[in-house]
Design a protein around this ligand. Structure first.
Ligand SMILES: *Cc1c(COP(=O)(O)O)cnc(C)c1O
Ligand SMILES: [Zn+2]
Length: 400
């Protein structure tokens, strides 16, 4: 591990690692539930030290970690497949398309990366209870990592979350508190809970190490791509923490002198859950009024990390787009039928986004493009089931 400080992403005030836990105490004074978080912190490393100690022939990724390895839970995450898909690329008109299949994390989503680092931090601090609000995947990830570490997870989740995610949470022995309401209601209740009863709050972006945890997917893409940054990465966006984490990976690599250019980050949102998209395209922030979408993991009215997500897109020369539920379901079927990868709707949104990029000629055909597949399709089988009918059962091959 390298020394780091926290820095407020708004006022740039710096804090020693153990002098703050969640948000910048100054900037968060203007925060109230119902708006994106204010004063989100980021970990700034001693980049001169990283530059001096990182050996490309034997990369030590620990140099980029904000928690010492000795505190890591016994729950390996990451190291998910990264590979070229000539078939999907050919179908969409791109010659250099790669997939990062993060649905193959132990609990089935990229959220394992954030939960892993938060539980490591809880182990470092000797905290036994970890609390989160979630649309489902952050919860099932936290429940799983807590099970492996012998910690108690307390989870606020909308009662409407897909059943497989609820089952994962329950089986892992977490305390589940279904909320009558949306993810945004669960977010508010979980903050009230930790304020009143303690425990470490894992809410996305609220705890800065969620961004650091998700960052590891960007570091892995760099590593698996032969220590090179791709040209473009498409990211499905709900709260805007995955895209901020991917940005932070390449920011760190740039600061450490390992890359010259940041990949363009493309924010993909669902049409109805488009608060960050509108913020990026108009510069004006407003909550999404009714963020109803089949892509439950990116259904958010009040994205907690809207400000950082917008900077991630703007600072990389990227852009933002939205896709409809019908486009997401078509893309989910296309991905499965052409690559064999069954992704949950939120993850398949990137495929729909790339199709839109093709139609509107937003990207060069030979650019090196990465689709971030964030969650496994078995997380929510009801979504694609709606459009399917099983063939009649047979008794003999005469009927085949
Ligand atoms: C959480 C999640 C997202 C969105 O990540 P944010 O950090 O909320 O923007 C996308 N896809 C899947 C599968 C997720 O679980
Ligand atoms: Zn501040």
């Amino acid at each position: 591990m390298t020394q780091f400080k926290y820095q407020c992403t708004e006022c740039h005030r710096e804090f020693q690692r153990d002098d703050v836990t969640y948000l910048c105490p100054d900037c968060s004074k203007t925060y109230a539930p119902g708006m994106p978080l204010r004063g989100v912190l980021q970990a700034l490393f001693d980049y001169d030290y990283v530059r001096a100690h990182f050996n490309p022939h034997a990369p030590d990724w620990d140099l980029f970690s904000a928690v010492e390895q000795q505190f890591y839970p016994e729950f390996p995450v990451g190291n998910t497949p990264f590979f070229q898909s000539t078939r999907l690329g050919g179908q969409l008109g791109f010659t250099n398309l790669r997939l990062k299949n993060d649905g193959l994390n132990p609990s089935g989503s990229l959220k394992d990366r954030a939960s892993f680092l938060i539980v490591a931090e809880a182990i470092r601090k000797g905290i036994d209870t970890i609390v989160t609000a979630s649309t489902g995947n952050a919860a099932s990830a936290l429940a799983a990592v807590c099970a492996a570490a012998g910690k108690q997870a307390v989870i606020f989740v909308p009662e409407s979350a897909p059943k497989p995610k609820l089952v994962q949470i329950m089986l892992s022995g977490a305390r589940i508190i279904p909320v009558k309401g949306t993810y945004d209601d669960a977010f508010r209740l979980s903050l009230e809970y930790t304020n009143a009863k303690g425990g470490l709050n894992r809410n996305t972006a609220y705890h800065p190490l969620t961004i650091e945890g998700k960052k590891t997917v960007g570091l892995e893409i760099f590593q698996q791509n032969g220590l090179r940054a791709p040209d473009v990465i498409l990211v499905p966006v709900g709260d805007g923490v995955i895209i901020s984490g991917v940005y932070k990976a390449f920011y760190d690599l740039h600061q450490a002198g390992l890359i010259q250019k940041l990949p363009k980050l493309i924010c993909v949102q669902a049409e109805a859950s488009n608060a960050i998209h509108r913020y990026i395209t108009t510069g004006i922030y407003a909550n999404a009024a009714h963020p109803a979408t089949i892509a439950d993991s990116i259904s958010v009215a009040i994205p907690s990390n809207a400000h950082m997500a917008r900077r991630a897109v703007n600072n990389t020369g990227g852009f933002s787009l939205t896709v409809s539920d019908a486009e997401i379901l078509d893309a989910q079927a296309l991905l499965a039928s052409i690559t064999g990868i069954f992704a949950e709707p939120s993850a398949a949104a990137t495929v729909a986004g790339l199709l839109k990029c093709k139609q509107e000629q937003l990207l060069k055909a030979d650019a090196q493009i990465v689709l971030l597949i964030t969650g496994h399709g078995l997380k929510d089988v009801d979504a694609p089931m709606g459009g399917m009918t099983l063939p009649e059962a047979v008794l003999s091959i005469d009927e085949c």
